[in-house]
Design a protein around this ligand. Structure first.
Ligand code: GLV
Length: 306
């Protein structure tokens, strides 16, 4: 019984090292290292080559290296009996909250704007209390971001697919309440899971429902955003700009028009990055559970997509 770490584009070595430290004697392969697919029962994965898992007849579990599982679920060839898990980790929630807070403050106090101006000119800024933050997605990450912004005196509302209650947050749910939620949001933060329902949700019709001058922050997935709709709405002056950490193609190609938009701030998918040493305990706990045949933790519902 062996484990496969499969993460093309992400160094597997820190994961292998953390697994061996936590569970001495564990048999781990780092893809594409030579291994017998029949031996693998547990895979730890980030953006695996599509279709590869059908060659692993004894695979029982695929653990995502991160909070999101869209990169696993998008592969239709993963057998139905394979359990999929995600990472739930306090440090990821804190990191994403800090990152979003930094982006919001940078936007409202025009810090990058002034930096790029290279001139001694000041422009009017809005105060924290004047902004209405709208968070889309009130799962673990969305709730943590909401709490952090509330602590920093922001007005926060949130939207989710199903009703949620969060202390201090004005919550909305479902298609019916989306417009009401958007009408008020001067800063819109996308923290939705990527599912067929949420793909392309950040589009022109959606942006039109936001107040003029609204600002977009996407720290979820690039596929949530219709890129040319964002550019059009910025060009028309309806949106004041955007901070994007995630993209349809990563790394973002050098020739992509986003690079030439001063009103778009680009970061290279760094909002929260899993520390293998911090989460190895939950991965090994699930590995043991799989061996014992008991229920795994942090499993996702494939039908829902998260
Ligand atoms: C990052 O994008 C993650 O899913 O953890």
């Amino acid at each position: 019984m062996s484990v496969l770490v499969i993460s093309p584009g992400r160094d597997p070595e820190p994961w292998v090292e953390a697994l061996k430290k936590e569970y001495p004697g564990i048999n781990v392969y780092a893809y594409p290292e030579e291994h017998d697919p029949e031996e693998i029962e547990y895979a730890i994965s980030w953006k695996h080559p599509r279709g590869i898992f059908k060659h692993y007849p004894n695979l029982k579990v695929i653990a995502s290296m991160g909070a999101g599982v869209d990169h696993i679920i998008c592969d239709p060839e993963i057998p139905k009996n394979v359990v999929i898990t995600r990472i739930i980790d306090d440090q990821l929630s804190v990191d994403i909250s800090d990152f979003v807070l930094a982006l919001v403050l940078d936007h409202i106090r025009n810090i990058s704007f002034h930096h790029n101006l290279h001139a001694w000119e000041s422009i009017q800024y809005k105060r924290i209390e004047e902004e209405q933050i709208g968070i889309m997605g009130l799962g673990i990450m969305g709730s943590a971001v909401a709490q952090s912004l509330l602590k920093n005196r922001f007005n926060v509302s949130g939207w989710s697919r199903t009703p949620k209650e969060l202390p201090g947050v004005n919550t909305f749910c479902g298609e019916k309440q989306l417009e009401k939620f958007l009408n008020k949001s001067t800063i819109l933060i996308c923290l939705l899971p990527l599912t067929p329902e949420t793909e392309n949700i950040l589009n022109k019709e959606f942006f039109k429902k936001l107040p003029k001058g609204a600002y977009i922050i996407n720290v979820a997935r690039g596929q949530h955003l219709v890129e040319h709709d964002l550019l059009e709405m910025i060009d028309k002056g309806h949106l004041s700009g955007a901070s994007l950490d995630v993209f349809r193609i990563e790394p973002l190609p050098q020739e992509h028009p986003f690079w030439d938009y001063p009103k778009i701030k680009i970061t290279p998918h760094i909002a929260s990055i899993t520390n293998p040493h911090k989460v190895v305990h939950q991965l090994i706990d699930n590995y043991r559970r799989m061996k014992e045949g008991t229920e795994l933790k942090n499993t996702i519902e494939r039908k829902l997509g998260y």
